[in-house]
Design a protein around this ligand. Structure first.
Ligand code: NAD
Length: 349
């Protein structure tokens, strides 16, 4: 397994392979870039088919965190960690303690938090071994309300560009997933007079949106076929793919889900179809802003102002994408790299 030649290697500063024989811990921590500050990113637990797959994931995700925090204007770099294992069988207190010692050994260049298959209770165990953790219980708390607010404001910026007005009154929105973020997002849109079409595997969530928000229920299979202006993925990744794009009729794709595009190539495919895509890591940055507020001790007002700024960031991305006739995801990555280059130049002075 090569590292420096790996297709996802992007001048990562540190990649640490963690192994603890006694607990069976196998993890990889990737610190992509600390130009803006210490790297922050969650720890994911996944039963990867191979350590090569785990390395690919952690290299890609850590770079994504660098771009996300840079565009969100946070004093943070990008990092991520993966624990290789089955979250249902392989978790133990000793394993998370061993992992915490590895996080601590990096001396603060990497701050961890929860991610897929990792609960706050697991991070509490990690926190017994290191202070480099964020998002623990009793501190910043649930980031979802801020993610929902940022996603709603990001949609308004997209509506301004693709539909001629940021007013959501009468706009038809297909919301996939009514969880912690999706429901609050749908509620904001409903208050603005949007017409909602919703789906979720959890029938109770659908019934609540129908009763309280006046939404129309759609089956999870039919959500892509809804005649709508906006497709808002708020559940799963990779739902924007060759199959769904044959069915999606929306002019805008804007939702909270991570990794919405099945492949990087779908950025251009979506643009060529005349759909305005709000890059996922920009529109859903309310969560990382919230978690950072704990580490950086932002006031409530400052945190809220940073979340509201997601509107302005997307406005700039959409304007530049239109002027340069380029895909929005490509523009977002480029703008993040410009922020990093400006900071690096400032430092060298
Ligand atoms: P959640 O688990 O609370 O909600 C997800 C919802 O999607 C659940 O209600 C679930 O039943 C539903 N769902 C699952 N499979 C589905 C399917 N096939 N069709 C329709 N619905 C389905 O998660 P969340 O915190 O609301 O996060 C939603 C998305 O936003 C995730 O992709 C997450 O990674 C991303 N995100 C969340 C945050 C945050 O602050 N919570 C921050 C950034 C990104």
């Amino acid at each position: 397994m090569s590292l420096f030649e790996h297709k996802e290697f992007d001048n990562h500063e540190e990649v640490v392979f963690c192994h603890d024989k006694a607990t069976g811990l196998k993890a990889i921590i990737a610190v992509h870039d600390t130009t803006m500050g210490p790297s922050l990113g969650g720890t994911r637990m996944w039963n990867y088919a191979s350590s090569e797959d785990a390395l690919t994931d952690v290299l890609r995700l850590s770079r994504g965190m660098t771009y996300k925090s840079a565009l969100a204007g946070l004093p943070l770099g990008g990092g991520k960690a993966v624990i290789i294992g089955d979250a249902k069988k392989d978790k133990s207190e000793a394993l998370f303690k061993a992992y915490g010692r590895f996080v601590d050994s990096l001396g603060g260049t990497y701050i961890t938090a929860e991610d897929v298959n990792i609960r706050t209770s697991d991070i509490e165990i990690v926190a017994t071994q290191t202070r480099y953790v964020a998002g623990t219980e009793g501190k910043a708390g649930d980031p979802s309300p801020h993610t929902a607010l940022g996603t709603y404001l990001g949609l308004k910026a997209a509506a301004k560009h693709a539909l001629g007005s940021e007013d959501l009154k009468g706009i038809r929105i297909a919301v996939q997933g009514l969880g912690a973020v999706g429901y609050d997002f749908a509620e904001y849109c409903a208050k603005d007079g949007a017409e909602l079409f919703v789906c979720d595997v959890n029938q109770e969530s659908v019934d609540r949106a129908v009763t309280k928000l006046g939404a129309t229920a759609v089956s999870i299979e039919d959500i892509y076929d809804v005649e709508c202006d906006v497709y808002a993925p708020c559940a799963l990744g990779a739902t924007v793919n060759d199959d769904t794009l044959k069915r999606i009729k929306a002019k805008i794709i804007a939702g909270s889900a991570n990794n919405q595009l099945a492949t990087p190539a779908h950025d251009k495919i979506v643009k060529d179809m005349g759909i305005l895509y709000a890059p996922d890591y920009v529109i859903n940055a309310g969560g990382v802003i919230h978690v950072c507020s704990e580490a950086a001790s932002f006031s409530m007002e400052e945190t809220a102002a940073r979340v509201r700024n997601i509107y302005n960031t997307l406005d700039k991305i959409f304007t530049r994408a239109t002027e340069e006739n380029r895909p929005t995801g490509e523009i977002a990555d480029e703008m993040a790299r410009e922020i990093l280059a400006a900071k690096a130049a400032e430092r060298s002075l």
